[in-house]
Design a protein around this ligand. Structure first.
Ligand SMILES: [Ca+2]
Ligand SMILES: [Ca+2]
Ligand SMILES: [Ca+2]
Length: 507
């Protein structure tokens, strides 16, 4: 009949599709050279899969050299996170270094055979089509112990590998697993096969177990203050790298070139949060961060174990929820007055879960800071006469120039005539003069406006006349916004006849 045939077709189709999708988007291996994967963002990082407590570091064995703990199904403060066992007593055995066997990772490891021959497992939510990586370390206790790794449907996971190791050293195993269509929960299980000595409570040490998705680093960035900012102010950039994947990211390096028109603030490199936090020097070779003045490039090695020459490891966000954050500062230069400071950071890292390191790259995306316009108004004031007699006329010339870089708006020049001078006329090349204020208005970058003032000297004096320019925009050099000129007003000489007459009258 038709129904079973249709059902078969419906299940077969998604399988084919999902395989095709995988071929197109699954991370590629590093053989192709420098080509790097497209930057992931939280939306494109695949749903994270990662085991809990893969190194059996929890709960911490205290008091003795080993301890049996209830499995995760029992709950409670003493339960082993993540792991469950098919053992009827639900006990999981964990060893500390005090038993004289060095862990493969950290300070503790598990023993598969706790009190019974059993299976240790974790069930994780998975997305069909996902590529998952697995890795484990296995060791015999009294001789050669053997176990199977099973992965798949919790109702009956399929054998992936057999681990058989003696007591001399940890054996390491790794592989990949693609989640089949329809499987939204995947079981990852260790099944005891045999143990030297035959004691059901002895055998098959386990450590450094991983099962999950590739690392996926997401980079975000902030600039503070948000702006708009003036030329001469500083921007603090903070970049945060969080690993939203399953496995740890390796060889994690952040690079960031300071935005055009800004200069790096020396001594401003620091790891704000995460592994190795603290201030770093600008110099290369002495710690995990450096600034290269020749290229304007900042390089910071991130993560656990980062050095001056190699990036460290960034655990996933289950282990390090906030990732790691770094900071540096730049000073806004006049070249970007009235423009924008645009910056983005890049994090390069590797997925080392497979047989070859796979290079991956993430960027923060652009962060844009508006920069206010800036100008440099300057005033030059001259007088055609520096010495006049009382009652005579003085011609003043005022020039206001805008050296830029942006157009100046709302430009006014204050030019108050000193006492003893009476205004005759004021002739601006642009704008208007009223009272003691020349309203220039807009003055383009590079433009000059002039004003001629004619005044009558009414009082004998040494007069100083000052003109001062101001505008709406930040003035990059306030020292040249004023200029003064000095004029001497002498007494008018009396005529010879008057002098004789004065003498005669006083006799
Ligand atoms: Ca461990
Ligand atoms: Ca340094
Ligand atoms: Ca100025």
């Amino acid at each position: 009949m038709l129904y079973p045939v249709a059902a078969l077709a419906a299940t077969a189709l998604p399988l084919t599709l999902s395989d095709a999708v995988l071929a197109g988007t699954a991370p590629t291996q590093a053989h192709a050279g420098p080509a790097r994967m497209v930057a992931p963002d939280p939306a494109t990082c695949p749903e994270r899969v990662a085991l809990a407590n893969g190194g059996f570091e929890q709960p911490v064995v205290t008091g003795g050299a080993w301890a049996s703990f209830p499995d995760a199904s029992r709950g409670g403060p003493n339960a082993v996170p993540g792991w469950r066992t098919t053992s009827t007593d639900h006990l999981i055995e964990i060893w500390s270094t005090r038993m004289g066997v060095p862990p493969a990772e950290g300070k503790q490891f598990g023993e598969l055979n706790a009190t019974q021959v059993a299976t240790l497992y974790q069930d994780r939510p998975t997305t069909p089509g996902q590529k998952l990586y697995w890795r484990l370390s296995h060791r015999g206790r009294l001789g050669t112990d053997t176990m199977a790794l099973d992965i798949g449907d919790p109702a009956g996971p399929a054998q992936q590998a057999i681990a058989s190791d003696g007591t001399a050293k940890w054996g390491t195993y790794s592989g990949t697993y693609t989640v089949p269509a329809g499987m939204t929960t995947t079981r990852f299980a260790f099944r005891s096969i045999s143990a030297a000595g035959g004691n059901p409570s002895v055998g098959n040490f386990l450590d450094d177990v991983f099962f999950g998705t590739a690392p996926c680093v997401v980079v975000s960035k902030t600039a503070s203050p948000q702006g708009p900012l003036d030329v001469g102010e500083e921007i603090t950039y903070r970049l945060t790298a969080v690993n939203k994947g399953g496995g740890e990211a390796d060889n994690v390096r952040l690079t960031d070139t300071v935005p055009a028109g800004t200069t790096f603030v020396p001594g401003s490199l620091q790891v704000v949060d995460g592994p190795n936090s603290g201030a770093k020097t600008d110099q290369a070779g002495d710690d995990q961060a450096e600034f290269d003045p020749a290229t304007g490039k900042i390089t910071i090695m991130l993560g656990n174990g980062a050095t001056a020459v190699a990036g460290g490891q960034l655990p996933n966000s289950d282990a390090l929820p906030d990732g790691t954050t770094v900071e540096f500062r730049v000073k806004v230069g006049r070249a970007i007055a009235g423009k924008q400071a645009t910056n983005q950071g890049t994090v390069d890292y590797e997925n080392r879960l497979g047989p070859d390191p796979e290079p991956l790259t993430s960027t923060s995306g652009d962060i844009v800071t508006e920069i206010n316009p800036a100008v440099d108004l300057s005033v030059v004031k001259t007088a055609e006469q520096t010495r006049v007699t009382a009652g005579g006329m003085i011609s003043y010339h005022v020039a206001v120039r805008n050296a830029g870089p942006n157009d100046a708006t709302g430009v006014v020049v204050k030019d108050t005539l000193p006492a003893g001078l009476a205004l005759l006329s004021a002739t601006p090349s642009t704008g208007t003069y009223a009272g003691d204020t020349w309203t220039v208005g807009t003055l383009a970058a590079g433009a000059t406006a002039t004003l001629t003032i004619q005044a009558k000297a009414t009082t004998v004096a040494e007069t100083t006349n000052t003109a001062t320019a101001s505008g709406k925009e930040l003035d990059l050099d306030p020292s040249n916004n004023s200029d003064s000129v000095k004029v001497c007003v002498d007494p008018a000489p009396a005529c010879p006849y008057c002098r004789t007459e004065e003498r005669r009258l006083t006799r």
